[in-house]
Design a protein around this ligand. Structure first.
Ligand code: KG4
Ligand code: ZN
Length: 352
């Protein structure tokens, strides 16, 4: 029960006991997202503005436009989150914000806003690593989840297998040698004429294909003992396949399915190997590609066969969101890990 409550002194030094509310602010790339979790770690408000349509016409994220757009949306989103949570600014216990990795201008908007607000409210700010927030998102809907576990972190910028030992202690088991999975999905989608970011739409197309595709697409590094990944060869193979095809709707669908199947086979094989090598029985999937339905069902099936458990964040918490940042803040608040330096510091690169 104590965890649900916070204790603070007011200006007259009266001890105040109140409910705990952690605000989370995410602005590392092209989503402005704000959420509030309560003292049980449950999400009580979660709002976001996606900039996808704004960047689509440029074929990718334009950093300067991204940061300007965060500035336009951050205050209205905060107001909306407070309204949905039915609390006021003064009820907030601490403010967690994404301090990296990401686009520097975008990160600066969130960090400056979060720390200024924390300063004005005389509460703690908590700097959160975006990758760690993704990794912890599975806790939001799996309250029984416990360390240690294996994490497959698959996003637009990362493809990594990690051993999560405890909060803040992560060992990298494998990494991509070239493209990230999300990036490979997006580039392959672009190849067949699907606008940026086409990953989710390529996957939807693949799932519509009822044909049984032979495994003609390569499964890079699948037989290697190492837990590293490589996707650039697969992308080149997709290009060659496309150039030699009829380039009609049916060819698009076949390519999407063959590409997705190859990626998933590799991801599943490497996850199985990571579980076997470490003896750990829980697999957590994190990041935007974790929203891929076929990947989720194949990993579930494979874990069942290994008497292991596969844990996924809810779909809305796979891609960038404020809830994962607020939840990471909730965990670090309990460890009293605060960002007490009032200087604004963000990092474009920040390894776990
Ligand atoms: O984690 P995220 O929202 O942003 C980063 O931190 O990168 O991941 C975005 C990536 C994009 O590359 C997007 O195409 C991919 O996740 N993605 C998917 C799916 N939904 C999003 N890739 C495959 N299948 C999906 N259903
Ligand atoms: Zn992300």
């Amino acid at each position: 029960v104590l965890l649900w409550l916070t204790v603070k002194y007011n200006e007259q030094n009266f001890l105040l006991i109140g409910y705990m509310y952690i605000l989370g602010i995410e602005s590392s790339c092209d989503e402005t997202a704000i959420a509030i979790v309560d003292g049980r770690g449950s999400v009580i408000a979660h709002v976001l503005n996606s900039q996808v349509s704004m960047h689509a016409k440029f074929g990718g994220v334009v950093p300067e436009l991204a940061s300007r757009d965060h500035i336009c949306h951050i205050v209205p989103l905060l107001d909306e989150a407070l309204k949905r949570a039915q609390i006021s600014l003064q009820d907030l216990t601490a403010i967690a914000y994404t301090a990296g990795p990401g686009l520097i201008g975008s990160l600066l908007v969130g960090a400056t806003f979060a720390k200024s607000l924390a300063f004005a409210l005389n509460i703690k700010a908590i700097a959160i690593n975006h990758l760690e927030a993704h990794l912890l998102a599975a806790f939001l809907d799996n309250k029984d989840l416990q360390f240690p576990f294996i994490t497959l972190l698959v996003s637009g910028g990362h493809t990594r297998l990690l051993e999560a030992k405890t909060l803040g202690q992560y060992k990298v088991l494998g990494d991509t040698l070239d493209d990230a999975v999300g990036e490979a999905f997006d580039k392959t989608a672009k190849l067949i004429g699907i606008d940026y970011p086409g990953g989710a739409r390529l996957a939807a197309l693949a799932d519509k294909c009822k044909e049984v595709i032979s495994d003609s697409f390569p499964r890079p590094l699948i037989k290697r003992k190492s837990l590293d990944f490589s996707f650039s060869g697969l992308k080149t193979h997709a290009l060659q396949y496309w150039q030699n095809s009829s380039q009609d709707e049916s060819a698009k669908m076949t390519l999407a399915k063959a590409f997705q199947d190859a990626v998933i086979d590799v991801l599943v094989a490497k996850c199985e190997r990571a579980l076997a090598q470490t003896g750990i029985k829980t697999l957590v999937v994190a990041g935007g590609v974790g929203a891929n339905l076929s990947l989720r069902s194949k990993l579930k099936e494979s874990c069942q066969n290994l008497a292991a458990t596969a844990c996924f964040p809810a779909m809305e918490y796979c891609t960038d969101n404020g809830a994962m940042v607020a939840y990471a803040g909730f965990l670090y608040y309990q460890k009293q890990c605060f960002d007490d330096d009032w200087a604004i510091k963000v990092q474009a690169r920040w390894e776990l």
